[in-house]
Every structure is written in C-alpha cells, then in structure tokens.
Design a protein around this ligand. Structure first.
Ligand code: ADP
Length: 358
C-alpha cells in the first residue's frame, strides 16, 4: 500500500488554476521529489498534503486513510520549511520538545526523543543554545530534528536548503538522504534545484503549470526524458531535429545536421518509424571529442568557443551549421578555429517526440 496517494487534486486561486488534477503515489520508505520552476504549484501541492491549504477537488490518502477533510493537526505530516520557522525564544532542545509536548507524550519520552534527534542531526552539544545564536546551517538541522521527532507518516520538506550557501547545501542534502534511508522514512521534498533532486531523490516528479510532466528515477529522467521541457530543466542539452531513415537490429538511423547518427532504441520513450521527424537530445558530457574518424557516429566539427570551468571545459562546436555543446575534462586547451572529430555513442542519444514541449 502506498504511504501517500494524491488523487486528482486541483486548486485555483481567484480563477487561475495552479494544480490541474494531480495524481501521485509515494511508496513507504521512498524519497519523492517535486521538481519544477518557481510558480508551477509544488508548494501548493505540499501544503495540501499537510492540510495547510484545502484543495478544490481530489483527495489525499495517507497510509490508507482519507485525510482530505482533516485539519493539519490531525494529520501525521511534519514539515521542514525554507525559513526554518523555529521559536526564537526557546533553546534548541525546547524547540524540538515543543511539538512533542503538544502531543502530550510522557516527559521522559519527550526528553529521550529530543536527545536522540539532536544526535541524528549532529547537534547534541547545542541543546541548550538559543536558536538565534546558531548559524543558518545549524538552524536547518534543528528544524529537521524537530520534524523527525514527530515521527510522522511522511516527512514534508519545502525548499529546506535554499537559504544555505552552496557548500552547506551539498553537505546537508547528503545528510538528509542518509538520515531518511537509515530510518526508512517516507518523504515528499519540494525543490527547484535539479542537483538536489537528482542527488537525493529515489524518484522525481517534474512539474510544469500545475501538472506532472514526467515521474521517474533520477537517472532515467536525465538520460531518457519524455519531453523537451524535462530534458532542458534537468541539464544542458542540444536538440537537433532528425529524420528517421531506417530501423535495424535495435537501432534507428537518423539523418541529422551532423550526418547520419545511429541511436540505440532500448529504453527510448519514442520508437520512431522511418520517414518521421524526431527531436534528438544530446547532453554535452556525452560528446566524445577528438576521436578516431572511424568511430561510430563520428562527425567533423570546428571549435567556436572554449570556456575553462576548472574540472571541465565547455566547448561550443560548429558542425555543418548546427551548434553543439560539449563538456571535456582533462583535455588539452582548444582554440577557436581548431578542427576536431567528435562522436556521440549510440546509447547516449535520447529520442524525443516531435514538438511536445509544453
Ligand atoms: P512553487 O512552489 O512551484 O513555486 P506555488 O505552489 O508556491 O509554486 O505557487 C503556484 C502559483 O500559485 C504561483 O503562481 C503563485 O503566485 C500562486 N499562489 C500561491 N499561493 C497563492 C495565494 N495564497 N493566493 C494567490 N495566488 C497564490
């Protein structure tokens, strides 16, 4: 049985639809992400699950129980907010104990749980500190400990790391995944940061304009996106138009601006028919630079631009008038005008249906 089922949930503000019949099922122990640009309805959906906003249509089922009409305090859905929402006049331990007192748990159990959760987030030594004497990263850990202490059916996280600097964000996202996995927690996590979703999520629901466009595991979403929006939202890519010439032995052969390209059909969202036009997706890191001209899918290019980024160098390449981007690591310096033979392996190209970018 799913831990959370969202069935046909719709919501409008002043006649403007924000969610349009969203269905989503989260399995026990799963880290589910809602990923999409600002304003696509992620937070509204999360708040509907928490009971903070009431949907216009549809239902929310938690652990098999329809909670659609219940107030937040009758749902078991602790939430971690972007701005932490801690009590400034209470110390760290008291912040965590607060929610447990409301639940009227025995005093000893409250103390024990708060202590345990502070250990889990690495904040035990700060138990007596006032929260306004903590750094942003430490406050976020306390907010997480407070939500974990409530031992909910599902943990809700609304952009929990957006107020942290890049280094702390990387650290915390690894920790959140570790904590959730160690404790077998079910979580629904909202972010607009694709790296956060890709690195922490078991599955990601990509949202746009109040609907889920695609729901898949991170690697599948990245390598086999079902539409151009998802492909571009998850990372850099080029999208050459290509005509399918023939299909043979599990491969399709396309006529493209780079010449003929063979594409492996296994796992593609689209199985092309000969003579149809498709959009292909090529990610920069999939482009092999400076290869043997006899390699499969090899084509000549001219370097237009080269940007050194530290670990990698970003290349802008011209191939018969089409602009292709490549990402190289540990390669010699390239200069505008350099000629290279590049290739894209047949299984590193995704086939998108034509014109389906919503
Ligand atoms: P996201 O979390 O994806 O950024 P939200 O769910 O916060 O998006 O908001 C979705 C849309 O609903 C946005 O256009 C936002 O401006 C609008 N919206 C959110 N809350 C309200 C509200 N209380 N009243 C009117 N419009 C709102």
């Amino acid at each position: 049985m799913a831990m959370l089922e969202i069935r046909g949930v719709s919501k409008a503000y002043g006649g403007t639809p924000v969610l349009r019949g969203v269905d989503l099922s989260v399995e026990p122990g799963e880290l589910m992400f809602l990923l999409g640009p600002s304003g696509c309805g992620k937070s509204t959906l999360l708040r509907i699950v928490a009971g903070l906003i009431r949907q216009d249509a549809g239902s929310v089922v938690l652990g098999g129980r329809d909670v659609s009409a219940l107030p937040p305090e009758s749902r078991n859905t602790p939430m971690v907010f972007q701005n932490y929402a801690l009590w400034p006049h209470l110390n760290v331990a008291e912040n965590i104990e607060f929610g447990l007192r409301i639940k009227k748990l025995p005093r000893e159990e409250i103390r024990k749980t708060a202590g345990e959760m502070l250990e889990v987030v690495g904040m035990a030594e700060f138990a007596k500190r006032k929260v306004n004497e903590l750094s942003g990263g430490q406050q976020q850990r306390v907010a997480l400990a407070r939500a974990l202490a409530l031992k909910g059916d599902i943990l809700l996280l609304d952009e929990p790391l957006s107020n942290l600097d890049a280094r702390l964000r990387d650290l915390m996202r690894t920790e959140i995944r570790r904590i959730c996995k160690e404790r077998n927690l079910t979580a629904l996590y909202v972010t607009h940061d694709r790296r956060e979703a890709l690195s922490v999520g078991d599955r990601i629901a990509v949202m746009k304009d109040g609907v889920i466009l695609q729901l898949d595991a991170p690697r599948t979403l990245y390598t086999r996106p079902a539409n151009k929006f998802t492909a571009a939202f998850l990372g850099d890519a080029d999208f050459p138009e290509a005509k399918c010439l023939r299909v043979e032995d599990g491969f399709a052969v396309f006529s493209t601006p780079m010449g003929e390209l063979r594409v492996r059909l296994e796992g593609q969202p689209v199985q092309p028919a000969p003579d149809t036009v498709c959009t292909l997706m090529i990610r920069p890191e999939a482009v092999r630079t400076d290869v043997d001209p006899a390699s499969p899918n090899a084509f000549p290019c001219v370097v237009r631009d080269s940007v050194f980024l530290g670990e990698t160098t970003g290349l802008t390449l011209d191939t018969s008038g089409f602009t292709l981007h490549a990402s190289e690591s540990a390669a010699p310096e390239r200069r505008p005008g350099d000629r290279l033979v590049c290739a894209v392996p047949p299984d590193a190209i995704a086939i998108l249906p034509p014109d389906n970018a919503r």
